[in-house]
Ligand binder design. Structure first.
Ligand code: ADP
Ligand code: MG
Ligand code: MG
Length: 251
């Protein structure tokens, strides 16, 4: 098992947000987490990558046989956990090439691999750019500065392709994307799918799941996973909304 989340609880300040999350993810699987706004979806992804804004108040997370919560955010990234942000940051003055080179070098170090030569890195970059349909001129530009919403998302999936993470978490990567950009993101994710990695796709809308077929769909509501099913659950949510879920949990 790649990820085993057991009764995970987390808060921000005095406010408890995650109230006992249970989730098991095996290598090769794609899980989708859906749920109304404010349920704790982004909090869960932040806690998994070690964002210090949130305090874990109970439960455990095992990743690749290790006690994940013992590791810093940097260490978790090196261990192969990748989070695609809902709102990507801009980093003026740092070129895409240098940004990705540093990240790839760290990841390789953690895997016991030597740094890529400049030539090999460039080759890898071109390969992945071709796969993702990214213009080469991106490489010289500052990270995300002046990128359109769609370009930022495409760029994130490109970064993901370069890093080859074991666990990718996409937090509403589809928000604000037109259908073409959505397809590009989905295609990128599908190309990166393998028996050695897993993906958690957090989405508010079902439409991304037309292109990324999840093995499991979970509904997160008020800090708990209240329902789990297959892709048909996403379609049902699209059709019926979340009110019936709220009724099922007794509201
Ligand atoms: P979702 O991603 O499902 O929309 P979030 O995890 O973003 O939900 O938010 C869950 C709850 O935590 C919400 O009530 C939100 O207001 C609160 N929350 C999230 N981030 C912060 C923060 N930085 N400070 C205070 N409250 C927060
Ligand atoms: Mg939200
Ligand atoms: Mg969110």
């Amino acid at each position: 098992m790649l990820l085993n989340i057991n009764n995970l609880q987390a808060s921000i300040g005095e406010k408890q947000i995650l109230k006992g999350i249970n989730l098991k993810v095996n290598k090769g699987e794609v899980h989708s987490i859906m749920g109304p706004n404010g349920s704790g979806k982004s909090t869960l992804s932040s806690v998994l990558v070690g964002n210090p804004t949130f305090t874990v108040t109970g439960g455990s997370v095992e990743y690749d046989g290790k006690d994940l919560l013992q590791y810093s955010a940097e260490e978790r990234a090196r261990m192969g956990i990748f989070l695609s942000f809902q709102y990507p940051v801009e980093i003026p003055g740092v070129s895409m090439t240098n940004f990705i080179r540093a990240a790839v070098t760290e990841r390789r170090k953690a895997m016991g691999l030597p740094e890529l030569s400049a030539g090999d890195f460039l080759k890898l970059m071109r390969e992945k750019q071709a796969v993702m349909g990214i213009d080469r001129s991106f490489s010289g530009r500052s990270v995300n500065v002046g990128f359109s919403g769609g370009e930022k998302k495409r760029n994130e999936i490109f970064q993901m392709a370069m890093l080859e993470p074991s666990l990718s978490i996409l937090d509403e990567t589809d928000s604000g994307l037109d259908i073409d950009a959505l397809k590009v993101v989905a295609e990128g994710v599908n190309r990166l799918r393998s028996k050695d990695n897993a993906t958690i796709v957090i989405t508010h809308y079902q439409r991304l799941l037309d292109y990324i077929k999840p093995d499991f769909v979970h509904v997160l509501y008020k800090g708990r996973i209240v329902k789990t099913g297959g892709p048909e659950l996403a379609l049902e949510l699209e059709e019926r909304g979340y009110d019936w879920i709220k009724e099922e949990v007794g509201e």
